[in-house]
Design a protein around this ligand. Structure first.
Ligand code: BG6
Ligand code: MG
Length: 217
């Protein structure tokens, strides 16, 4: 029986992929990397800021010190935060807010489980925050997905047993984290990208999602 649903944020509730891409691309250009593409950006989905930086630096011939890498990640975040200033409720993905409202009516508790340190600001800017019971985010954790830490923290904040929680995710690292947390999972996107998930849908607007069946599982 599902009593809590933990939503990933980026790519599940809110469309931020493009903004992450633009910020990483700007950093890549600063470093003389001209061939950073949206395909590279897809590999950054769901993983930590430092792991995402590694995807950019794979395209560089230079080797950088740990301090330089920390500075680069901070610089990318400044670029990203600048872009987030223009974020509004228009960035909420189709049927995301409606899904949360529907689940709340079914007495399901709602959490966000995101490795982003910007998650609270994104929820605030998009107006989603009042719909969420608890937020687990990058500020709460030491280990990023695929480690289950962020989902276990979200379940603990909800006061729910992980076995009674469902994770909604768009990334492979996130589905692996849900499995490691012993939670059920609904993967959004092409089914072949996340064969490990218990349920699949194209997006939260997919009419094939049977919430009553999922909740009863
Ligand atoms: C995840 C995104 O939600 O958050 C990743 O999918 C991102 O692409 C990660 O790297 C960390 O986000 P932030 O905002 O703390 O840099
Ligand atoms: Mg995501």
């Amino acid at each position: 029986m599902i009593k809590g649903v933990i939503f990933d944020l980026d790519g599940v509730l809110v469309s931020t992929d493009k903004l992450h891409y633009l910020a990483w691309k700007r950093l890549a250009q600063d470093l003389g990397i001209t061939d950073f593409t949206e395909q590279d950006n897809a590999r950054q989905r769901g993983v930590s800021r430092m792991a995402s930086l590694q995807v950019v630096l794979e395209k560089s011939n230079h080797s950088y010190t740990d301090q330089e890498k920390i500075d680069f990640a901070e610089r990318k975040n400044q670029y990203y935060v600048e872009l987030l200033e223009s974020l509004t409720e228009k960035a909420i993905l189709p049927n995301a807010a409606e899904t949360i409202v529907l689940l709340r009516k079914k007495n399901i508790q709602i959490a966000v489980g995101s490795v982003s340190k910007n998650a609270p600001a994104i929820l605030q800017r998009t107006g989603l925050l009042p719909l969420i019971d608890k937020v687990g985010c990058g500020l709460d954790i030491i280990r990023s997905k695929p480690d289950p830490e962020v989902f276990l923290i979200a379940a603990k904040k909800l006061g729910q047993n992980p076995k009674n929680c469902l994770v909604v995710e768009d990334s492979e690292a996130g589905i692996q984290a849900a499995k490691a947390a012993e939670m059920k999972s609904l993967a959004l996107g092409p089914e072949k990208e996340n064969p490990l998930a218990d349920y699949h849908a194209v997006s939260l607007a997919d009419p094939s999602i049977n919430w009553d069946m999922i909740i009863a599982s």
